[in-house]
Design a binder for this molecule. Structure first.
Ligand SMILES: NC(=O)c1ccc[n+]([C@@H]2O[C@H](COP(=O)([O-])OP(=O)(O)OC[C@H]3O[C@@H](n4cnc5c(N)ncnc54)[C@H](O)[C@@H]3O)[C@@H](O)[C@H]2O)c1
Length: 246
C-alpha cells in the first residue's frame, strides 16, 4: 500500500513525506519541480518527475506502484501572481487536478486528501471562521481551489471519491530534514528570519490600519509538522471509513 504525494518536493509535501515514513507509511512522489527541490525528497522514496495533469504519467505511476490514496499538495500558491496570471492558476490548480482525479478514479483510487486554503473563504463575515462559513474567494488562487473542492464534492456523490479538504491558513516552521524554501519568498516568517540574519536589508510588513493594538494584521499560523500530521489523520479517517464500508 502506498500514498501518492503530489508536490512532495515542495515545502508542506516534503514534510509530510518525512512524517509518513516515520509512521511506517509508504509515500510515492510526483512533482514537476517548477517550485520544489529534488533534494527535498529522500533518494529511497520513489520519485516521478512530471506534471500531475500528464495522464500517461499518472497511469504509469498507478500501474507501477501500489497506490491506494492520494495527498494532493501540488499547486501554484501566490495570491498576487494569481491576479496577474489567472490562466496559469486555473490551468495548474484546477484543470491539471481534474485530470489527476480522473485517472485516480479510473484506477479505483478513491481516498483523497486535498490542500485547500483559507483563501476559499474570502473576506470573513465572522471571526473565528468555522468550516461552515460562506466561501466567496477574492482572488483567482482562492477560486481555483474552491473549484476543486466543488468538483470533489460532486465526484464523491457520483463516483464515491472520498475526500478531506483542509483549508489551511499560513504554514510555518521546519523539521530537521525539511524547510520552507520558496523562490521568490513571500512568506512572513522566512522573511523575518532572513532580515534578522542580514540576508535581506529589511522586513516589510504590509497594512497598518487593522483594528489591532499596533494596526498591523494578526495572522494565524500552523506549524508545518502539525499540518502534515493533520493530513495523515485525514488519510486514516478515509481509510477507516473505506474499511467499514467494504
Ligand atoms: N504554504 C502555505 O502557507 C499554504 C497555505 C494554504 C494552502 N497551501 C497549499 O498547500 C499546498 C503546498 O504548499 P507549499 O507551500 O508546500 O507550496 P510549494 O510551492 O512549496 O510546493 C508545491 C509543489 O508542487 C509542485 N507543482 C506545482 N505544480 C505542479 C504540477 N502541475 N505538477 C507537478 N508538480 C507541481 C511544485 O514544484 C512544488 O514542489 C499548495 O496546494 C498550497 O496551495 C499552502
Amino acid at each position: 500500500m502506498a500514498i501518492l504525494i503530489t508536490g512532495g518536493a515542495g515545502y508542506i509535501g516534503s514534510v509530510t513525506v518525512e512524517l509518513l515514513e516515520a509512521e511506517g507509511l509508504t509515500p510515492v512522489v510526483v512533482d514537476n519541480l517548477s517550485r520544489g527541490y529534488r533534494e527535498a525528497v529522500p533518494d529511497h522514496v520513489p520519485f516521478y518527475l512530471g506534471n500531475i495533469g500528464d495522464r500517461a504519467l499518472i497511469r504509469r505511476i498507478l500501474d507501477e506502484q501500489p497506490i491506494t490514496a492520494c495527498m494532493h499538495f501540488s499547486a501554484f500558491a501566490y495570491v498576487g501572481e494569481s491576479v496577474e496570471r489567472p490562466q496559469d492558476y486555473f490551468q495548474n490548480n484546477f484543470v491539471e487536478t481534474s485530470a489527476l482525479v480522473d485517472e485516480l478514479i479510473a484506477a479505483d483510487v478513491k481516498q483523497f486528501v486535498f490542500s485547500s486554503t483559507c483563501a476559499t473563504y474570502g473576506e470573513p463575515r465572522t471571526v473565528p471562521i468555522d468550516e461552515n462559513h460562506e466561501q466567496h474567494p477574492t482572488n483567482p488562487y482562492g477560486w481555483s481551489k474552491l473549484f476543486v473542492e466543488r468538483m470533489l464534492s460532486a465526484y464523491d456523490a457520483a463516483y464515491g471519491l472520498r475526500f478531506v479538504a483542509l483549508r489551511y491558513f499560513n504554514a510555518a516552521g521546519a523539521t530537521k530534514a525539511c524547510r520552507e524554501r520558496h523562490d521568490p519568498e513571500t512568506h512572513l516568517i522566512p522573511l523575518a528570519l532572513k532580515a534578522a540574519a542580514g540576508e535581506i536589508p529589511e522586513l516589510l510588513l504590509f497594512g497598518d490600519d487593522y483594528p489591532t493594538p499596533d494596526g498591523t494584521a494578526i495572522r494565524d499560523y500552523i506549524h508545518v509538522s502539525d499540518l502534515a500530521r493533520a493530513h495523515i489523520l485525514a488519510f486514516r479517517i478515509l481509510k477507516k471509513a473505506a474499511k467499514a464500508n467494504s
